[in-house]
Write a protein of this length. Sequence first.
Length: 378
Amino acid sequence: MLNIADALHTWCLESRPFALATVVQVTGSAPLPVGTSLAVNADGHAIGGVSGGCVEGAVYELCRQVVDEGDAPVRTRFGYSDDDAFAVGLTCGGELDILVQQVDPKPQLPVTRALLWATTGNPTAVAQVVDGPPELLGRTLSVSGDGTSYDGSLGSEGQDRAVAAQAHAHLAAGRTGLVDIGGDSDTCPERLSLLMHVNAPRPRMLIFGAVDFAAALSQAGAFLGYRVTVCDARPVFATAARFPHADEVVTDWPHRYLGTASVDSRTAICVLTHDVKFDIPLLTRALTLPVAYVGAMGSRRTHRERLQLLRTAGVSEKHLARLRSPIGLDLGARTPEETAVSITAEIIAQARQGSGTPLTWSEGPIHRPHPVPASTHH
């Protein structure tokens, strides 16, 4: 639902009831991930989407029925139709489970307050019951960014605390995903399946080296939704005018800046400096950080020499194994723009556990599920 939070919050402010359809489970290949929503208000206006077009019409009609008649939440499945290519179904071969529920836009309701949190830019996780007792289906509980408070209730205090902990774990990882909890007397007497919607700050891409390749990479990173920082110790090159797509341009020694920068498990660090006086102290620090990706530009010869210098600097083999160098996937890239695609392709492949090989040469599902954040199951 958070993919259309701005529009939904506007409907809430205008006191417009609406039906919310959310992708709560994906099997096989499907166009859009879990957590994606389509909403339809009482006037028949629709925002968002759940399938990229395959079953949009059928879901729209179901939303109209729910919002017009005030029906209880309903969960339904759409899958591939072999008999009729034009029938309601996913021609990509996957299956979608959709939860449709009516939302009353009263300001005191947890879902309305959750949408407000999300639209004001606050990190927010919303736990939505997508399977369980009928009286709990569609109910939400929201968690603030620091995890110290939550809003809403799913029943018992122990149950709420357990769900809040799971939601905060997903918020820390910056990932929307499904969680099953319950079945024990101490926390949740009833087993629940919850969809954790996450509105997290943009992940960071730290680019070191104010070169032409960095200009192209900062544009590609911004396109992918990263908050991009370009850092270089040379003020003549590290200027905002040279990097209009970067969120910030920093003039500082790379290793010194990295020592104060805020990073997390989604951060990508790209070292394009081509200079050992910058590379070695920077990579010595970067390879020990709990980030998603560390890549360094250079030839294979440069890479071998760099590894030896890093070993001399005391970097362990375990940490050296994390280094992606030469940086990027083998796309035959030559220009800065092509190289930026090569680098971001490798970042995506590592984050999504992709192989980097052409889909033509592989079999099985195209889309892989997100890795489950630590401590999300009881």
